[in-house]
Design a binder for this molecule. Sequence first.
Ligand SMILES: [Zn+2]
Ligand SMILES: [Zn+2]
Length: 352
Amino acid sequence: MKLVEFTNKGIYCVPGKFYIDPWRPVDLAVISHAHGDHARWGMKKYLCHHFTKPILKHRISEDIEVQSVEYGEELNINGVKVSFFPAGHIVGSAQIRMEYKGFVTVFSGDYKVQDDGLSTPFELVRCNEFITESTFGLPIYNWLSPDQYSEQMKTWVSKNREQGKTSVFIGYSLGKAQRIMKSLEGYGKIFVHHSIAKINEAIESSGIQLPDYETVYFNDDLKKLDQEIVILPPALLDSNLIRKIPNRATGICSGWMQVRGSRRWRSADAGFAVSDHADWNGLLETVKATGAEKVHVTHGQTEVFAKYLNEIGISAEPVKTIFGDEETEEKEILENPKTSAESGTLKADSKI
Ligand SMILES: [Zn+2]
Ligand SMILES: [Zn+2]
């Protein structure tokens, strides 16, 4: 018997009778983390990690039914032992471990092996079958350490200050924005767009301490931003709002910035390759270390990464899912800000 099946509603745990990160309404949705492509509206009941619960409610609705658990806590769902393990991707992100009659399948969700100082660090889970992501599954993707990219960002902020400029960082409101805050902690006053402030509040409600910040509303007198640090979501790049900030330098934070071609991304003065996903080595080391004899590769470089795994003797196959990705979303916005803003993919973030 198959423990999981890939269906048109999402990843289905057959004996457990539940879905993981489903994209159509189901009775029980086991949620790896609160990004929009993994946590959708319309489920009868949600199951997630404690830290994800307030973020989920903020993003979907206060009225949804959510049960939350601790990392490592084991639940029995229709005879399947289900537990959550840290995925290190964003606060509250989890890998989902399922065990049935001694056979173990792990769904990675999105993961990052680098410790960002905010998310619970990634924990390796050994398994028979591993469902991995492959967003950055090409050897060209190699991240700097948090200390290194923090140094890069600080140097850029200093340079901007010397030129009388305000440093505006562009990063996704859930995950990236908090990483930017962490990297610049103590390096000056940090202002965030109110969509980021709302997420910050949801995160802080779990007792997680974020660096100090102030919320910026564009109706305020923006003089106070002068030469300071400002963090805005990607939808605001090339918007009328960002133009209200005089003397600004714009820096985009995204894994895609690693590629030289990314320089063509408009209106940015700098790019920082900071990602909430594992880089090539992170993916590879993890897949090997799980000991899985079967690997399914979802979102990103599925074909290439699965092919490579097969070449090194790990049985793998690409799986079609409709997980987009916050970073894929970022990429679309960066490449074509106008159309993406209009298509409303980041509606919540585009409000003033
Ligand atoms: Zn994600
Ligand atoms: Zn994703």
